[in-house]
Write a protein that binds this ligand. Structure first.
Ligand code: 5GP
Ligand code: MG
Ligand code: MG
Length: 183
């Protein structure tokens, strides 16, 4: 099914393709300014961050290597528990590096909080976070996020890397799912 046909499955569009592109440009400008001349590693969290990473790295002027991790959160159903298992680890040694974790969305914050502590234990110079979306009302732990695209209401969103049962990742916009999809 083509992405544009699937847009009828959305109740409303939160951010259009153009708004996302603009936001990514703004984030890239800040990151380029803050990290100029430093030994940076961008760490993407699979799979949700694939689109953010692809567009962010092309918007950045600096040439920063990227690496990927895949993690799975133990827990019941859709709720994150904060106990995390590494499914795919980094290939890169973090000693002396300025690590920037690239994420799609921060919900409870538990996964990212665990991940940051884990990466900090590997001897990097710094670990910071860039997330396109954050749900402040869903936070279960306070987590210092250096770069945030938008704060959004506590609703389930899809598109631009974010999935529902592995669908909708290829939507160019970000929106909320219509109830008929999951009921
Ligand atoms: P946390 O540990 O912050 O609760 O979980 C974060 C992960 O849960 C995100 O990286 C994302 O994969 C998933 N997630 C959280 N909220 C949403 C949402 O609204 N939509 C989608 N598609 N995934 C979400
Ligand atoms: Mg994610
Ligand atoms: Mg998912």
């Amino acid at each position: 099914m083509k992405a544009e046909h699937v847009e009828s499955d959305l109740t409303h569009v939160l951010f259009t393709k153009e708004e996302i592109a603009q936001k990514i440009e703004e984030l890239a400008e800040q990151i380029d300014r803050d990290y100029e001349g430093r030994d940076v590693l961008l760490v993407g969290v699979l799979k949700g961050a694939v689109m953010v990473m692809a567009d962010l790295t092309r918007a950045l002027k600096g040439q920063y290597p990227m690496d990927w991790m895949a993690v799975s959160s133990y827990g019941s159903g859709t709720k994150s528990s904060g106990v995390v298992r590494i499914l795919k680890d980094l290939d890169t040694d973090l000693h002396g590096k300025d690590v920037l974790i690239v994420e799609d969305i921060i919900d409870s914050g538990l996964t990212l909080s665990w991940l940051r502590t884990n990466l900090e234990s590997r001897g990097p110079k710094s670990v910071e976070i860039c997330a396109l979306l954050r749900k402040p009302d869903a936070a279960k732990t306070s987590i210092d996020v250096k770069y945030v695209g938008w704060d959004i209401p506590n609703e389930f969103v899809v598109g631009y890397g974010l999935d529902f049962a592995e669908h909708y990742r290829n939507l160019e916009c970000i929106g909320t799912l219509a109830p008929h999809v999951y009921e």
